[in-house]
Write a protein that binds this ligand. Structure first.
Ligand SMILES: [Ca+2]
Ligand SMILES: [Ca+2]
Length: 401
């Protein structure tokens, strides 16, 4: 083989191994990728990061709120208010359509018991049922918890502890901690492995899992895939093998569950989570080969990244204000601050295209949700801001000419 042909083949091999790859998660465990050979293992560090495109010119980016304190989770209520957690302030903030802060909801437990608040969900019947669900880290005993409480007439009340899991080591990271309601009424919880890899495959504990519980009392949802009514396996488990799932959302069209998670230096993922699915961590990632060979026995990601981008908030865009975006899956990323927009196929089970947007000077680092008017609301930590992306009327630029 002459040198030119050899180089061409090597470049082709690197490109194939390193490129973004939408993977058919629906194919499941029957897909058996060929094990990598050493000649392509160098690929992870060479993966090209696609160039982010600017937003379409008719989309306006505004700083909606400044001076926030780690707004990890955003949720619009049907009452027209935005509710968001403040990770370090131990409250749920309430903002009106102008962004003005109109209330700060203290949880009905001692503030000294709270380290951080991560996830937030509003009851499906909100505001008729003014029930809030928060995922937070409790101080003593040190544990990750899901708390339901009522907030009405300016008063928080009726705390119900739906879930509590002791922190198994000394790592208070990889908590995940996002909450989402399924169409059947179950509460889904994305729970990280608290930095202990092996826990993600341990069926007796909830770490490293997607859980599906009753929002009434926190019990396992009756038809959970591993529910048998007895121990030692945890009947609340809906899916397993996840690392640090910092995004969780439900497709409003299908009820499908989607998750984003942070990989170990490679292999950041978006997954479509199905009942009983094993998403591989850490068994699929035991070595330097982890980003090349996800293994044959696990559900492959719907999308993956190397090098990592640290995916965070994830939600579907159900609005119409951003023309052509309806039904797309949106995501933020901690490392890049870009806005990620995925298109799905007709079955809405696969991601078939990704567009990355550079929205500077704004940043999409924590969460992204659509507001009631179809605008997008995006949060970032270091910038202490919530941004709004809305669509300028298409005829306005013509008027300005
Ligand atoms: Ca059991
Ligand atoms: Ca995985």
């Amino acid at each position: 083989m002459n040198r030119v042909v050899f180089c061409a083949l090597l470049v082709l091999a690197l490109c194939l191994a390193a490129s973004y790859r939408p993977v058919d998660a629906a194919a499941g465990p029957t897909v058996t990728p060929a094990p990598p050979t050493p000649s392509v293992v160098v690929a992870p560090g060479l993966t090209a990061t696609p160039t982010a495109a600017p937003l379409p010119s008719h989309i306006l980016v505004e700083t909606w709120v400044t001076g926030t304190n780690v707004p990890v989770a955003l949720a619009w209520g049907a009452d027209g208010y935005l509710y968001h957690t403040e990770k370090n302030l131990h409250v749920v903030q309430v903002r009106d359509a102008s962004g003005a802060l109109i209330d700060s909801i203290a949880l009905p437990i001692p503030a000294a018991d709270i380290t951080d608040i991560y996830g937030l969900a509003l009851d499906p019947a909100f505001p008729n049922q003014p029930l809030f669900y928060v995922f937070y880290t409790h101080t003593e005993p040190l544990s990750n918890r899901v708390l339901r409480f009522r907030f009405a007439s300016g008063v928080s009340s009726d705390p119900v502890l739906l879930f509590s899991a002791p922190v198994p080591g000394d790592c208070l990271e990889h908590n995940g901690g996002k909450l989402a309601f399924g169409h059947e009424g179950a509460l889904y919880v994305s729970f990280g492995e608290n930095c202990i890899d092996a826990l993600a495959q341990d069926m007796t504990i909830p770490q490293g899992k997607i859980l599906r519980i009753s929002p009434i009392d926190g019990s396992a949802w009756p038809d959970n895939p591993f529910a048998d009514g007895v121990g030692p396996n945890d009947d609340r488990i809906w899916a397993l093998g996840v690392r640090n799932p910092f995004g969780l959302t439900i497709d409003p069209d299908t009820g499908n569950v989607w998750e984003s998670e942070n990989g170990p230096g490679c292999g950041d993922e978006v997954n479509r989570i199905i009942a009983g699915g094993n998403y591989g961590w850490p068994v699929s990632s035991p070595s330097y080969f982890e980003c090349i060979d996800p293994g044959a026995s696990y559900h492959l990601p719907a999308w993956s990244w190397t090098p990592t981008i640290a995916p965070t908030g994830l939600s579907f865009y159900s609005g119409y204000r951003l023309r052509g975006w309806h039904g797309d899956l949106l995501m933020c990323a901690w490392r890049t601050g870009r806005l990620y927009r995925f298109r799905l196929d007709a079955s809405r089970t696969r991601l078939v295209d990704l567009q990355e947007y550079d929205i500077r000077p704004a940043a999409c680092k924590l969460d992204v949700v659509a507001g009631p008017d179809g605008s997008l609301f995006i949060s970032a930590r270091d910038e202490q801001a919530i941004y709004r992306l809305s669509s300028e009327a298409l005829w306005l630029p013509l008027l300005r000419r």
